[in-house]
Design a protein around this ligand. Structure first.
Ligand SMILES: *[C@@H]1O[C@H](CO)[C@@H](O)[C@H](O)[C@H]1NC(C)=O
Ligand SMILES: *[C@@H]1O[C@H](CO)[C@@H](O)[C@H](O)[C@H]1NC(C)=O
Ligand SMILES: *[C@@H]1O[C@H](CO)[C@@H](O)[C@H](O)[C@H]1NC(C)=O
Ligand SMILES: *[C@@H]1O[C@H](CO)[C@@H](O)[C@H](O)[C@H]1NC(C)=O
Ligand SMILES: *[C@@H]1O[C@H](CO)[C@@H](O)[C@H](O)[C@H]1NC(C)=O
Ligand SMILES: *[C@@H]1O[C@H](CO)[C@@H](O)[C@H](O)[C@H]1NC(C)=O
Ligand SMILES: *[C@@H]1O[C@H](CO)[C@@H](O)[C@H](O)[C@H]1NC(C)=O
Ligand SMILES: *[C@@H]1O[C@H](CO)[C@@H](O)[C@H](O)[C@H]1NC(C)=O
Ligand SMILES: *[C@@H]1O[C@H](CO)[C@@H](O)[C@H](O)[C@H]1NC(C)=O
Ligand SMILES: *[C@@H]1O[C@H](CO)[C@@H](O)[C@H](O)[C@H]1NC(C)=O
Length: 763
């Protein structure tokens, strides 16, 4: 277990000030040379230098776009040469401000401040109704505050009175950013209203260093004049079928004339789909755009990067994977990324690019799959398991279920409705009501023979299809075959990278007593027959199962604490230690949350591991940003890093093993001077700077786990099944496969209610 983070004295005892956002990351910047020091450049950028990160409106994925908070948060979280992007707008009195758009409704409270100032203008020929910056003087705007423009983001910073800043103020308050990029989206519009961006720029450039200027209007570049230090001019491409106002050509046709662009610009900024086009949210082969532009001598900056939307299925909801495909694909690299989450972009460039297939492990913990790579394929299928192995899981898992004829096989749940198409099969009339599991009827595995179960089509799990409409790999939603425990073990034998298997055993008492099926014996016999020689862990949430396993075998045992808890009695840990070699906790038992913000860190992991020498594994890690607390910046790697380096967990149980296995090999985590984007988050740090009015009242604390929670009566003997369970009518609730864990559901609901609340605010 690596613990160097905890040894850093500056990690603790630091009193956060509400204004100094930098406290959230406690170690400051890495030296600038790191990126430059590469002797032989691996980068296929135009210059051979690493791609630049450009923070759109600051860290706008977290704080309101263009707010000082958002700009201030870039330096303590991102690569030292990250460029700050400002969308320049002009006010009625010709003052240049940083604001995401010339229309103001979307990202500010202007509607509340000036309810009557809604106006209508032609914007690029389109009649547009909104509040326009040109209708307000800079003084008028002092009572308007910035809010988030993307509703799926947290509203916790919308009530912080985020003032609108002038370009001058941003440049001076941030003390010489390492790069300043001004984007001028609507020069022609301002000209029509007798306001001049060019003369504003000429004036401001006397006191402010501008490194880049971009615009989607050709005429803008023709007309602007600068003194002796001229910024880089970057022509911005919009969607291919949009028309460029000064040439009356579509961007799609201008794209074919890059030598023309080169006559007035040194770079281009393009939507990411120019490079990796997408159809039905799946990637198509990449275009030759980057190479063509490089050949024409143009740098290529790509836009549209955010951790929380617009990501192709091919990336499995992992934003790092997306960045890597634009810069580490063996063919080309873009020269920069325009991102709302500059931390993730920085981490991709510095820690994860060009790792190669041989990069060694930098941080020691077990990557344990959850139903195989169930984020990519239907869980517990041959495809999910082989993907998990290929992705670098150390341990793959089988949740064992029993068929009526006593064949142990792997499936997430004893109820086949959750992860197969049984509802559409001839076996839908096998339903039964088992009060021990559910008051509603289910289609249970022990009512079908293995030969019947084999004919079912597996179904991918979509935990966030409800409120968020987030689906997993729809093209593979019914792919793969279910496997028996024996096939599962056979499958793993061949892999050299696997450390072992984790076999989960539940409902043992019920199966023995009511179904005449001995799941414990079936598992032990299958293990013995298979001659499996690697590490075997047997997991259960029922202590009696593990006590029984210990009695009959020497396999490692893992006790799962299903409840979300805040503490556990020493005496309970002593009990657990008598039958378990490791413990599994829910994520929320380590970092509890309120309104999806982390409220602190329990000492469960440290106590179990240090005092009682019981390794702790934590579940369930997912890539979808809605599964994570806001504190992790919608970045699954930040969440993993915090659990591993700050909490010190010994293993992570994940539906996306690729992300965890890749994190393990990143080149930043073991660096002496850990860069800010690979430092764990400060628990409760974000909550501290949220405005209290946006937060719900504190929730009741989670319970404490006691001896009584651990102790169970011994397993009952096997009682032969008298007759088949009588079929009952199937509940109408059970329509579609849906395997939602309790924790995920509560997170989902809280995040969902935030989205709803914010919708109401804006209406
Ligand atoms: C608001 O702004 C965000 C971010 O710039 C953008 O994604 C979104 O589409 C805008 N919404 C509207 C209604 O314009
Ligand atoms: C801009 O100025 C011209 C000439 O001074 C004037 O005719 C025109 O009405 C002005 N346009 C606007 C939108 O103010
Ligand atoms: C722009 O081009 C379109 C078709 O290419 C044409 O119909 C239109 O008249 C043009 N507009 C101007 C102002 O030249
Ligand atoms: C490129 O654009 C310029 C300016 O619009 C034009 O003169 C030239 O013919 C174009 N070349 C091609 C190949 O379209
Ligand atoms: C993206 O995924 C789809 C479906 O699996 C696949 O057909 C396509 O080739 C992938 N695209 C790339 C660029 O790998
Ligand atoms: C990986 O390491 C092996 C053995 O050390 C070596 O033979 C191989 O060339 C390496 N592959 C890459 C891609 O570096
Ligand atoms: C269930 O349906 C199948 C045909 O779909 C039928 O053969 C079988 O007898 C039915 N079983 C019961 C218990 O109704
Ligand atoms: C185990 O895998 C091998 C191929 O590697 C196959 O020939 C054999 O039939 C498998 N055994 C079982 C029980 O599936
Ligand atoms: C095991 O590996 C060998 C060689 O890599 C391969 O030919 C064989 O199909 C594999 N068997 C299984 C069950 O994956
Ligand atoms: C655990 O197993 C025992 C039998 O050993 C059983 O009586 C008890 O109900 C089980 N507990 C749970 C929570 O299922």
């Amino acid at each position: 277990m690596i613990t160097h983070m905890q040894h850093n004295p500056s990690m603790f005892g630091f009193r956060a000030s509400k204004l100094l956002l930098s406290v959230l990351f406690l170690i400051q910047l890495l030296s600038t040379q790191l990126l430059a020091q590469r002797s032989k450049s691996p980068w296929q950028t135009l210059t051979g230098k690493a791609p630049r990160v450009i923070a759109r409106g600051g860290f706008s994925g977290l704080f309101p776009d263009s707010s000082l908070n958002a700009y201030n948060f870039v330096a303590p979280t991102s690569a030292p040469n990250t460029v700050l992007w400002c969308d320049v707008q002009l006010t009625k009195d010709g003052v240049g401000i940083c604001f995401p758009s010339v229309t103001m409704y979307n990202a500010s409270n202007v509607q509340d401040a000036y309810p009557k100032k809604k106006n209508s203008y032609l914007l690029n020929g389109v009649p547009t109704q909104d509040w326009f910056t040109i209708d307000f003087t800079s003084k008028d705007l002092q009572t308007v505050f910035l809010i988030r423009g993307v509703l799926s983001r947290s509203d916790a910073y919308d009530n912080n009175q985020n003032v609108i800043s002038t370009v001058q103020e941003i440049a001076t308050q941030l003390k010489k950013p390492k790069g300043f990029w001004l984007n001028v989206q609507h020069d022609a519009f301002y000209t029509q209203h007798n306001l001049s961006i060019s003369s504003f720029l000429l004036t401001v450039s006397k006191t402010v260093i501008i490194d880049y200027i971009s615009s989607p209007e050709v005429s803008f570049f023709r007309n602007i004049r600068f003194g002796k230090t001229r910024p880089k001019f970057v022509f911005r491409f919009l969607d291919k079928d949009e028309v460029e106002v000064s040439t009356n050509q579509t961007y799609g046709s201008l794209m074919k004339n890059l030598t023309f662009i080169k006559t007035f610009a040194s770079g281009v900024l393009v939507p990411k789909s120019y490079i990796w086009p997408v159809k039905d949210q799946y990637l198509l082969p990449h275009t030759s755009f980057v190479k063509d532009a490089h050949r024409a001598g143009l740098e290529v900056y790509a836009s549209g990067f955010a951790n929380d939307f617009d990501i192709a299925y091919n990336y499995s909801y992992d934003p790092l994977a997306e960045y890597l495909s634009f810069m580490d694909n063996g063919d080309f690299s873009v020269d920069g990324f325009l991102s709302d989450f500059p931390l993730t972009a920085s981490s991709a460039v510095d820690c994860f690019s060009h790792l190669g297939s041989n990069a060694s492990t930098q941080v020691d913990f077990l990557v344990i799959s959850k139903n195989g790579a169930s984020g990519d394929y239907p869980g517990c299928t041959d495809l999910a398991y082989s993907k998990a192995i290929k992705d670098g899981a150390d341990v793959i898992d089988c949740s064992v279920q029993m068929s009526s004829d006593g064949v142990p096989f792997c499936l997430n749940s004893i109820d086949l409705v959750e992860s197969t198409n049984i509802i559409q099969s001839p076996f839908k009339n096998r339903s039964a009501t088992v009060p021990e599991f559910n008051s509603l009827a289910g289609l249970y595995s022990f009512n079908l023979a293995w030969s019947e179960i084999q004919t079912l089509t597996p179904a991918i799990t979509n935990p966030y299809n409800g409120g968020f409409k987030m689906f997993r790999n729809p093209r593979e939603r019914s792919s793969g075959k279910l496997v028996t425990l024996s096939q599962f073990l056979n499958f793993t034998k061949n892999s050299s990278s696997l450390v072992g298997v984790l076999i989960n055993v539940e409902h043992a008492a019920y199966l023995r007593e009511k179904q005449g099926l001995d799941i414990v014996k079936a598992v032990l016999d299958t293990l013995k027959e298979s001659g499996y020689s690697k590490r075997v862990m047997i997991q259960s949430s029922n202590s009696s199962v593990l006590v029984d396993i210990k009695k009959h075998s020497r396999y490692e045992t893992v006790y799962e604490v299903e409840e979300t808890i805040r503490d556990i009695l020493d005496s309970a840990i002593q009990d657990i230690k008598t039958f378990a070699d490791a413990v599994v906790f829910k994520k929320l038992s380590v970092y509890p949350v309120s309104a999806s913000f982390i409220t602190g860190q329990t000492n469960l992991v440290e106590r179990l591991q240090k005092k009682f020498k019981l390794p702790v594994y934590v579940e369930t890690f997912r890539n979808e940003f809605v599964s994570q607390a806001w504190d992790f910046f919608s970045d699954a790697t930040v969440e993993l890093n915090t659990h591993v380096t700050l909490a010190g967990v010994s293993g992570t149980i994940t539906e996306f093993p690729l992300t965890a296995a890749r994190y393990k090999r990143n080149r930043c985590v073991a660096r002496e001077d850990t860069p800010p984007y690979m430092i764990p988050i400060q628990p409760a740090g974000l909550l501290e700077i949220a405005s209290p009015t946006s937060l719900p009242p504190a929730e009741a604390p989670n319970p404490v786990f006691t001896d009584a929670d651990v102790t169970e009566p011994p397993l009952p003997p096997v009682i032969a099944r008298a007759s088949a369970t009588s079929p009952g009518p199937l509940s109408t609730d059970q329509k579609a496969p849906n395997g939602q864990a309790r924790v995920a559901l509560s997170l989902l609901l809280s995040a969902l209610s935030m989205v709803l609340a914010s919708l109401l605010l804006l209406l």
